[in-house]
Design a binder for this molecule. Sequence first.
Ligand SMILES: NC(=O)c1ccc[n+]([C@@H]2O[C@H](COP(=O)([O-])OP(=O)(O)OC[C@H]3O[C@@H](n4cnc5c(N)ncnc54)[C@H](OP(=O)(O)O)[C@@H]3O)[C@@H](O)[C@H]2O)c1
Length: 230
Amino acid sequence: MSRSGEKVALVTGGGRRIGAAISRRLAREGFTVALTYRASREEASSLAREIGGRAFPLDLLRPSGIPRLRAAMRREFGRLDLLVHNAAVFPRTPVGGLRAREWDGIFAVNLRGPFLLTQSLLPLLRAAPGGAVLFLGDAGAAKLWPGHLPYCLSKIALAHQAAAWKTILAPEVRVGLVEPGFALIPPGFPEGEWRRLRSRGGVPGPDTPGKVAGAVLQFVRGGGYNFSVP
Ligand SMILES: NC(=O)c1ccc[n+]([C@@H]2O[C@H](COP(=O)([O-])OP(=O)(O)OC[C@H]3O[C@@H](n4cnc5c(N)ncnc54)[C@H](OP(=O)(O)O)[C@@H]3O)[C@@H](O)[C@H]2O)c1
């Protein structure tokens, strides 16, 4: 159970990078934070200890883990007030040699995962007064970067998924979309290229992990990030 009626948030991929900034900020806001990890077990467990939360394994390439996570949320906390879809993959996929398996993997993690997880956790979210779901999109996705085309398409589709959930779940569950700009250089991304893109003004949207976490908090407090998707 959550500590004496504290609200509970679940942050996917919440153990490191932007997800860790979100988890920390939510814990400071008074949430009991459950965070999921795929490869970063140690970092996630250590962060969970630091903020008094819990870390759970979840691989969105394997949907069979979703009912296990739901059972763990029920058992450990008995409630869920906020679901933050932060986990994603951002592989470089230059046009020319993309394999079907790579495409499917990107869409499985970035698009199918958030759908199945939202669906599975709906009873808990609906039972929470003021339950909320927040999706992490990408302010630059509409640029359709040729080196990351499936990623961009998955994030554009994710924004539409968020809009659909917003309609389906209103008014009991609030839905939001935060679209970061160039917030944190992805591992392996060429540093010079990153600096060049940022110095050209980047793309609109929170452009540090702290600002992304601040945007999450703004949504949690009831403001902003109620959005429209064309
Ligand atoms: N970085 C930016 O500047 C930027 C810009 C625009 C949008 N965004 C969006 O903001 C969010 C956070 O960005 P980020 O750069 O911090 O993301 P990231 O480091 O690329 O990935 C976030 C987490 O996703 C988890 N993950 C990866 N594959 C997974 C899988 N198969 N199943 C479950 N979890 C998986 C990873 O957990 P493990 O480490 O445990 O494997 C990782 O820590 C993402 O949705 C991203 O698309 C970021």
